[in-house]
Design a protein around this ligand. Structure first.
Ligand code: C2E
Ligand code: MG
Ligand code: MG
Length: 679
């Protein structure tokens, strides 16, 4: 089996090796010289051939077999075919390059393996012919068995690997074969573990499935680990392909129903742990698509669906999820939209975009769409419920003639549309002069005189009538109109104060409400400064009311913002005080002048004070911090008495005056007797 005809090119042996082989047998052509650690210093060409190694590949590697100078041992060499050769190795001490080494001469006599049917033979055959890469390693991780499939998988020969540490670098990513090896060594049996990105033959990345188990030595003690590896690279590729195909619609390349369902469910699950923002689902179906498809033919019909999907994708935000969930149906998850009126707006935009003609086969094709909308949590909290709700809303839209959008719940529909109408109307409210201010007096309790007014905005809509601020201020905050409205209020209030000044009224203080978004806007300070200059007002004439909840949101930033405003010389009040759970330590740091006790503590049943202890505590707290108190919502004499008794500085409420037009307020100030009730 050994190729005796091959030349031994070991011409330099004599020059380096000065020892004399001790053995009595003839030295064979196949010989190796190893150092004391078993590292191969030289291998003859015949030895390389014997071990199926490339020329020069053995030098520097571990010999891997046991050797004892002066002794002969039988060693087994596995052939690529899986056959094993047993040859005898003779060891003798030699001098090699000035150091003591061992020369190993390998007898050319090959022991024939009895072609017996012993279990050992069977096992050998099994290992040799196994389609699995079978590797054994000793306790220190050095390879003791490396079958032919392992050779093919990793591109290293049996001889190259024997005695080598398991190649750590053949694992590229998170899983280390050595880590698994350690676990197996500790007694764990690892079955079918997938390791991706191992470095395989010719540096290619491969995926393998591995089985590892600990093996015992002759004395029954842990002797090492047996590894079996199956190359699953091909299977993984097919699986990934199937996943792609299964998750996507081949016609449009969009996610399909399954994928949509999965992502929606994931979002719903994720949202459960967060604040419950509405999640909006849209089902869009093309009207009379069957007829269009029939007249166009299947090829152009497919093209139309592709064009529709492109237009839809262009119209939506990138964060939204668009899927093709049926022949002519698309599902949309609006991830960038948090208000139901915005969903109506998106639906309208999609319909408008689809209404533009499609050019197919030289013809203009017109399509319309019906859209159903559902929202979590109102219409359901899982994906099935929401999709079903959007589906049935879409069906309803189709029944009613198509070319429209509908919410699943009619009330939601009305609410969303009303809000949308309101929002659209609000956009024009300022320019159409529909906003106006009323002023509610703030009265000094001890002196019984009006010392200030609070400006309260109203919206007079030509059709909808008078709309209270509680209905449109939050809407203005959401749709970005609050800055404009806030600036208008500030200027209108300052202008009014100047008009009163010019009319000879005593100098009043003007309180103006500031909303959360306005307060966070860095332009607020400049707008205030400008309004003061423009309307010839001393800064102390203006007081800004900030709600407690605004101030508690990001306290250190809020303090900075308040300090910038205070630097203008204006006054600051905390509105609705007591409802936002101010931290008392922060309160001391807030540069505020006034605490406005929230109405909910003042207005009790039958004109009683609602929560006397809280009102008393706020008055004491404010006095301690050097702040003024003003009680809101004072409607009865009992409440007024209580506030008087507990040294509340000012009161504001229906008992004294409702918010009113500026002309009436001027009359009231000029005739204050009508204001103060007989106590
Ligand atoms: P607020 O700043 O706490 O204003 C006090 C509210 O209580 C006003 O309601 C006022 O009319 C009402 N009120 C005053 N005295 C009494 C009373 O004795 N009994 C009862 N039941 N109510 C009384 P309004 O005008 O509807 O304003 C509501 C809220 O809208 C205000 O609460 C404020 O947060 C906001 N707001 C009003 N105008 C503006 C504005 O120009 N800008 C901003 N950002 N918010 C405003
Ligand atoms: Mg206020
Ligand atoms: Mg208030």
């Amino acid at each position: 089996m050994l190729d005796d005809t091959r030349d031994d090119t070991n011409a330099d042996t004599g020059s380096k090796c000065s020892g004399k082989p001790e053995g009595k047998r003839k030295s064979t052509d196949a010989s190796l010289v190893v150092d004391a650690e078993g590292r191969i210093l030289r291998a003859s060409a015949a030895a390389e051939k014997l071990f199926f190694a490339q020329a020069g590949a053995l030098a520097g590697r571990q010999y891997g077999f046991h050797f004892r100078p002066g002794e002969d041992t039988d060693i087994e060499i596995m052939q690529p075919s899986g056959k094993r050769l047993t040859v005898t190795a003779h060891h003798h001490i030699v001098e090699w390059d000035g150091q003591t080494a061992v020369q190993i001469d390998i007898d050319d006599h090959v022991h024939a393996h009895p072609s017996g049917k012993s279990s050992n033979d069977l096992l050998r055959a099994l290992v040799a012919h196994s389609p699995l890469a079978i590797i054994a390693a000793d306790l220190s991780g050095c390879v003791t068995l490396w079958n032919f499939t392992a050779v093919q998988l990793f591109g290293h020969s049996d001889v190259e690997m024997r005695g080598q540490k398991l190649p750590e670098n053949c694992v590229q990513y998170e899983d280390s074969l050595l880590g698994l090896f350690e676990r197996a060594l500790n007694g764990e049996t690892i079955q079918g573990y997938e390791v991706t990105g191992m470095l395989g033959d010719s540096e290619s990345l491969i995926d393998v499935e591995v089985w590892l188990t600990r093996i015992s030595n002759a004395r029954g003690l842990p002797g090492g680990v047996l590894l079996m590896l199956a190359d699953i690279t091909g299977r993984k590729k097919i699986e990934a392909h199937i996943r792609r195909v299964v998750g996507h619609d081949p016609l449009t390349g969009l996610p399909n129903r399954r994928q949509f369902h999965k992502q929606l469910q994931r979002l719903l699950h994720h949202k459960k742990h967060q604040e419950m923002m509405p999640i909006l689902v849209m089902q869009l179906g093309l009207d009379r698509f069957r007829a269009i498809n029939k007249s166009l033919g299947p090829l152009l019909g497919d093209q139309l669906l592709r064009d529709v999907s492109r237009r839809l994708a262009e119209t939506l935000y990138e964060t939204d999820l668009l899927a093709r969930t049926g022949g002519d149906e698309f599902s949309i998850l609006l991830r960038g939209t948090h208000h139901i009126q915005d969903a109506v707006r998106v639906a309208e935009r999609l319909r408008q975009r689809l209404a533009e003609p499609f050019i197919l086969g030289g013809h203009e094709i017109f399509v319309t769409a019906s859209i159903g909308l559902s929202v979590a949590p109102d219409n359901g909290i899982d994906a099935d419920e929401l999709i079903r709700a959007a589906d049935s809303a879409m069906a309803r839209a189709k029944e009613q003639g198509g070319d429209s959008s509908q919410f699943f719940t009619p009330e939601l529909d009305t609410q969303a549309r009303n809000r949308l109408v309101l929002e659209n109307a609000l956009r024009h409210a300022i320019e159409r002069n529909e906003l106006f201010l009323e002023y509610q007096p703030q009265t000094d309790v001890a002196r019984r005189t009006i010392v200030g007014v609070e400006a309260l905005v109203r919206w007079q809509h030509p059709e909808m009538g008078l709309i209270p601020p509680a209905s449109f201020i939050p809407l203005a905050e959401n749709c970005g109109l609050i800055e404009d409205i806030g600036t208008w209020v500030l200027n209108a209030a300052c202008h009014q104060l100047h008009v009163w000044d010019c009319a000879g009224l005593p100098p009043l203080r003007m309180a103006v409400n500031v909303s959360a978004r306005q307060f966070r806007d860095s332009k607020l300070r400049d707008q205030v400064a400008l309004a003061l200059v423009r309307h010839h007002l001393a800064p102390e004439r203006l007081e800004l009311e900030l709600t407690e909840s605004i101030l508690m949101r990001n306290t250190s930033d809020a303090i900075k913002m308040m300090e910038r405003l205070k630097a203008l010389g204006i006054a600051l009040a905390i509105d609705d005080f007591g409802t936002g759970f101010s931290s008392l330590s922060y309160l001391a740091e807030f540069p505020v002048d006034t605490l406005k006790i929230d109405q909910s503590f003042v207005r009790g049943a039958d004109g009683q004070i609602r929560n006397g202890p809280i009102v008393r505590a706020i008055c004491t707290l404010a006095a301690g911090l050097g702040m003024r108190t003003i009680a809101e919502g004072v409607e009865s004499l009992q409440q007024l008495d209580f506030l008087l008794a507990h040294r509340c500085d000012e009161v504001q409420g229906y008992l004294l005056a409702r918010p009113m037009a500026p002309e009436r307020l001027a009359e009231l100030i000029l005739n204050p007797a009508s204001l103060w009730p007989k106590v």
